[in-house]
Structures are given as C-alpha cells and as structure tokens.
Design a protein around this ligand. Structure first.
Ligand code: HEC
Length: 133
C-alpha cells in the first residue's frame, strides 16, 4: 500500500516536472518567434552576409574559447526586451533546436545569472570580437 502511494506520488511529480519543462520550452519557442526570428529566421538560418546562421556556426562557436561569452554579449541578446531568465531559456532552446546533433549535450545550460551578468557587457564591434570559427 505504502509503496504504491510512493510510486503514485513519484509518477505524479515526474509528470509535473515534465509538464513544467514543456511549458518553459513552449514559451522559449514563442519568445524566439517574437524577439529573435525577425532577424534570425524561423529556422535560425539568418541572412547571408548579414545575420549568421545558427545551424552552421553556433555549434563551433559554443565549443570555441570565448564563444559562450561572445554569444551572450551580441547586441541582439544584451538589448533584448526579455528578462534574463527567459533570455537564458531562449538561448537554451536555440542550442537544442538549431545546433547539430550532440552539441547541446556537451554544453552546460545557460542560466539567468550568467545572462544577467554578461548582458551588461554589450559588444560594440561584433565582427572584430567574434571568436575564430
Ligand atoms: C534586429 C535584428 C536582430 C534581432 C532582433 C536579434 N538578433 Fe541576434 N544577431 C543579429 C545580427 C546582425 C547578428 C550578428 C552579430 C551582430 O552584428 O550583432 C546576431 C548575432 C547573434 C548571435 C551570435 C551568432 C553568431 O554566429 O555569431 C546570437 C547567439 C544571437 N544573435 C542571438 C539572438 C537572440 C537569442 C535574439 C532574440 C532574443 C536575437 N539574437 C535577436 C541580429 C539580431
């Protein structure tokens, strides 16, 4: 009896956690569409010569020295109207959805605290500061 109750509670809380995860994911997707897609495109492919393509570049950037900080300091991120927790969720959503297989598993999730700290350090000369790919 007791074991069954524990099992039921466990399943209930796992389901609640999964549902909360789904909600964060859905909101991050919506935030991407509203706040980033205008420039980056629905599939994150950007605009040749103007806006970089996430699927092509982000995996390498994220694993290059300085790349993690760099992507949190570009103006489109630091100047976003989104609060830092939702911005971190959007970055995590982008990494999960627009980088080649295997990348997101190797990257520690972005956190609100990290985004909050780095967004005060906007890069002015992005092209010059972009880490080597
Ligand atoms: C007004 C257009 C615009 C908006 C809106 C925008 N970006 Fe960008 N983003 C750019 C451009 C242009 C670059 C290239 C670097 C630069 O010149 O700032 C860039 C670069 C980036 C990069 C670095 C990619 C690389 O390969 O160097 C990331 C990550 C990024 N943006 C994320 C976001 C996120 C997340 C949002 C939404 C919260 C967003 N951007 C909104 C235009 C935009």
């Amino acid at each position: 009896m007791k074991a069954r109750l524990v099992a039921a509670l466990l399943i209930g809380s796992l389901a609640a956690t999964a549902a909360a995860g789904d909600q964060v994911d859905r909101r991050a997707h919506e935030d991407y569409l509203l706040h980033c897609m205008g420039c980056h495109g629905e599939q994150g492919r950007g605009l040749a010569g103007k806006v970089p393509s996430f699927p092509d570049d982000l995996g390498r950037l994220l694993t290059s020295p300085g790349g993690r900080e760099f992507i949190q300091r570009v103006p489109g991120v630091t100047q976003s109207a989104l609060p830092s927790d939702r911005l971190a969720a959007v970055l995590n959503w982008i990494v999960r959805n627009f980088t080649p297989a295997g990348v997101s598993e190797r990257i520690a999730p972005f956190t609100a605290a990290e985004v909050e700290r780095l967004r005060t350090q906007t890069l002015m000369e992005v092209a010059r500061e972009r880490p080597e790919l």
